[in-house]
Design a protein around this ligand. Structure first.
Ligand code: FAD
Ligand code: NAI
Length: 466
């Protein structure tokens, strides 16, 4: 007789695999279905992990090339071995995805390789080496997202690449055009610029990283230009002509004007991602999707069909791995009869360029729009001793606090290790701390986190080192 599961998870990315582990921890008989032949989803296979591996390697290369000499370190004939760099990245991916497979075994979760389709309520049919029909009380959809295409521009993953192709270019292009100055465009654009490509980023809106605190976006744009990245803002790409060895893009100023062209060896299309629900059988069981293809869910992550839940990129909101993980975990808790909750205001956004950008809570523009009066505490890394010893002192910490109550409302950092520094502010905000609470915590010296303390002091008008 075939097993009846308590939960079948479709999709083995951060939402799905974490949901499966939490469900198994809570005693649910769980299976996870994944089509790509490796667990970890977009994030581990073609997203967060390989991109950060290349960001780290390319950062080392650039530092060795441009900064070692000022530390009194002489290098002779520094050379790039791209094959080894890409190989290291691939090994990191394989080690981590194997690690997830180990976690499935450890938690006694059945890992089923194949493409899952919901063929009836409580039934998932998996097409893999053989067809399998899984019976289950509950289904968690965690099928994630895919690259959003740009109409009229065909991605061949050779000359016109998505983020996936940009993680595997066989040689450093002489010139690279990136469409979209969002997170992927700036991270992967930075990788190839550091390795020697002349990179031009074309963005429809008027800043890089639109949606971030405007002062951060502006500073990022200035720093990127200083690093040698070209930014073409307020520009719309209207077409691409692919020849044997390069691509010619046609562009128009967003607000009207003369058509322009740009020739590049490689074009990276990075204009966002869209939910992936192809051939999932949603229409067969009546699960609704919205006009953008996302699956709407209630506060329990349940779709409009009882017993069918959804988490992660496929339900919309921030398309981030840590958001997907928390949703998977909370959804599993709810399915097993517990309660769970996520504070979406406290989901960090981190961009792993150099310097890094990190953001939590509200930014100045959002506070102004909401009519909330606030104080600003701002501290530059140029006045932080650790940043100076590290010769890595570009950027600042900005803390926003309620003018009347001093409650923390937001924190925005551009600077070294911003992605780790922000976590202190997330904890403080989660525990409803005030700026003064953070300012009165003793921070180790010399440390980058002292810039956070100083910004918190600054919100009360009493920064010490500036
Ligand atoms: P996914 O990770 O997309 O996983 C869904 C899985 O479901 C896939 O493996 C897919 O094969 C499988 N699947 C789909 N349909 C079926 C089916 N019917 N049957 C079986 N399997 C199916 N986020 C961060 O937080 N930090 C970062 O640094 C970061 N960097 C990124 C860099 C890049 C280049 C990209 C593209 C994304 C990055 N992201 C990052 C975003 C992050 O990868 C996603 O937010 C995250 O992976 C979403 O998790 P998920 O579980 O919802 O979906
Ligand atoms: P994005 O939404 O971050 O950026 C897309 C950019 O392209 C926007 O600035 C947009 O204005 C611009 N754009 C859209 N259409 C355009 C056009 N026709 N011409 C010119 N510009 C255009 O999307 P991106 O960078 O593709 O990333 C996708 C998702 O992956 C994001 O949601 C992000 O959260 C996630 N991700 C997260 C990372 C992280 O957390 N560090 C790293 C990489 C990706």
């Amino acid at each position: 007789m075939s097993v009846v599961y308590d939960l079948v998870v479709i999709g083995g990315g951060p939402g799905g695999y974490v949901g499966a582990i939490r469900a198994a921890q809570l005693g649910l008989k769980t299976a996870i279905v994944e089509a790509r032949g490796a667990l970890g989803g977009t994030c581990l296979n073609v997203g967060c992990i390989p991109s950060k591996a290349l960001l780290q390697s390319s950062h080392h290369f650039e530092v060795a090339e441009k900064e070692f000499s000022s530390h009194g370190i002489k290098t002779n004939g520094l050379k790039l071995d791209l094959k080894t760099m890409l190989g290291r990245k691939d090994k990191v991916v394989v080690d981590l995805t194997n690690g997830i497979e180990f976690l499935m075994k450890k938690n006694k979760i059945d890992y089923i390789v194949g493409f899952g389709e919901i063929t009836a309520p409580g039934e998932v049919t998996v097409k893999g080496d053989q067809k399998q029909i899984l019976k289950t009380e509950n289904i968690m959809i965690a099928t994630g997202s895919e690259v959003a295409p740009l109409p009229g521009i065909e991605i061949d993953e050779k000359l016109v690449v998505s983020s996936t192709g940009a993680l595997n270019l066989p040689k450093v292009p002489k010139t690279m055009a990136v469409i979209g100055a969002g997170v992927i465009g700036l991270e992967l654009g930075s990788v190839w610029r550091r390795l020697g490509a002349e990179v031009t980023v074309i963005e429809f809106l008027d800043v890089a990283l639109p949606g971030m605190d405007a002062e951060i976006s502006k500073t990022m744009g200035r720093i990127l230009k200083k690093q040698g990245m070209k930014l073409k803002l307020k520009t719309k790409v209207t077409g691409a002509k692919i020849s044997k060895t390069n691509v010619t893009l046609t562009m128009e100023p967003r607000d009207g004007g003369k058509v322009d062209t740009l020739k590049a060896d490689v074009v990276l299309v990075a204009i966002g991602r869209r939910p992936f629900t192809d051939k999932l059988g949603l229409d067969k069981v009546g699960v609704k999707i919205d006009e953008r293809g996302f699956i709407p869910v209630d506060e329990d992550y349940q779709t409009n069909v009882e017993g069918i839940y959804a988490v992660g990129d496929v339900i919309g909101g921030a398309m981030l791995a840590h958001k997907a993980e928390d949703e998977g975990s909370v959804c599993a808790e709810i399915i097993s009869g517990q309660t769970g909750h996520i504070d979406y205001n406290l989901i960090t956004g981190i961009v792993y360029t150099h310097p890094e950008v990190a953001s939590v809570g509200k930014n100045e523009e959002q506070l102004k729009e909401a009519g909330i009066e606030y104080t600003v505490g701002k501290f530059p890394f140029s006045a932080n001793s650790r940043a100076r010893t590290n010769a890595d002192s570009e950027g600042f910490v900005k803390i926003l606090a309620d003018k009347k109550t001093d409650a923390l409302l937001g924190c925005h950092i551009i600077g070294p290790q911003a992605g780790d520094l922000i976590q202190e502010m997330v904890v403080a905000m989660e525990l409803s701390a005030s700026a003064e609470d953070v300012a009165r915590i003793c921070h180790g010296h010399p440390g980058l986190s002292e810039a956070v303390k100083e910004a918190a002091l600054g919100a009360g008008g009493r920064a010490l080192h500036i």
